[in-house]
Design a protein around this ligand. Sequence first.
Ligand SMILES: NC(=O)c1ccc[n+]([C@@H]2O[C@H](COP(=O)([O-])OP(=O)(O)OC[C@H]3O[C@@H](n4cnc5c(N)ncnc54)[C@H](OP(=O)(O)O)[C@@H]3O)[C@@H](O)[C@H]2O)c1
Length: 332
Amino acid sequence: MDTKDFKVGIVGAGWIAEKAAITLNGLEGFRPYAIGSRSLEKAKAFAGKWGIERAYGSYSEVIDDPAVDLLYVATPHSHHFDITKEALEKGKPCLVEKAFMANLAQAKVIVDLARSRKVFLAEAIWTRYQPALGMVRDLIREGRIGTPRLVTATLGYSMGNKERIMRPDLCGGALLDLGVYVINFVRMFCDAPIVSMRSQCVKSDTGMDLTNAISIVLEDGILANVQSSASCVGDNIGVIAGTEGNLIIDNVNNPQRITVNGPDRVFVEEIPVPKQITGYEYQFVACRDALAQGLTEPPQMPLDETLYIMKLMDGLREEWGVRYPMDEKEWK
Ligand SMILES: NC(=O)c1ccc[n+]([C@@H]2O[C@H](COP(=O)([O-])OP(=O)(O)OC[C@H]3O[C@@H](n4cnc5c(N)ncnc54)[C@H](OP(=O)(O)O)[C@@H]3O)[C@@H](O)[C@H]2O)c1
């Protein structure tokens, strides 16, 4: 592989695909090389707009293009399974948008397949690859806030009646779209085992969770309260509160600023994150670097962690009675 010209093939010419194209166009050594859409016309328009060399009227054609170094799966969660399975069976490395799959059963099949074929696979949960993660971990490790005791995080976007959020067959709800970030927020900074979890949600007429709240107790005595909503504008702030101060992370979806406060909430310092293109660049760099080292998953987000988060989300949906058609099927 020529690491000077890393070619990404994008499937699904939607909202996040545009962000990926912008990112890759601004990232040295990378190219948004191919776009696949269910409509050739749409693919051509997308390719024209973003200077993409190959436009295909199907997802399979992107998978089959031998020049594609990494397939970026940018369709709704409901469609991740079929596309990723086909790609892995054909030996194509994959970066799959969050939420990784509809449920744990699908995720297990996909991870097993990647491992048995030794094909690279990663979840595109961008916060896991961003420099803010290491910066916050260092602040905690250095004892800047004493011993962490309470973690809170909110992620809310007013998404109206977006089909992908409202429809069970598209794996709707706030949890898989937004809740996945606040759960990751807890797991990124507090890795003790979970000893208990309580939650509740408010549903849409279509039975999808629109707003949810999750309370988690960890074995080391940390309590985390996290919430997400697809129907309101959240503050999107994460706080890690310790015995000697707190860290305020603004925002949990794409950290721009980390504020350190001392005892009695006295301001200590504000730490900006490095200048970014969009914040999505780090996940693409991580995939390229992992592939160059012959790895089959990125160290920043091991597949076992992806499976663990899928399991937590299955449990939460079970509690709330939020079901997808995919939950009624066996996957292999
Ligand atoms: N990392 C992030 O910050 C971030 C942000 C937003 C979304 N996401 C994730 O990215 C994925 C896509 O989200 P998005 O907001 O980009 O979605 P979107 O714009 O609603 O849809 C993405 C594309 O998926 C394709 N698609 C295939 N089957 C579809 C169906 N039955 N209905 C609708 N679209 C279908 C369509 O592309 P074609 O018509 O070209 O085939 C569509 O344009 C989701 O998994 C989401 O969670 C991540």
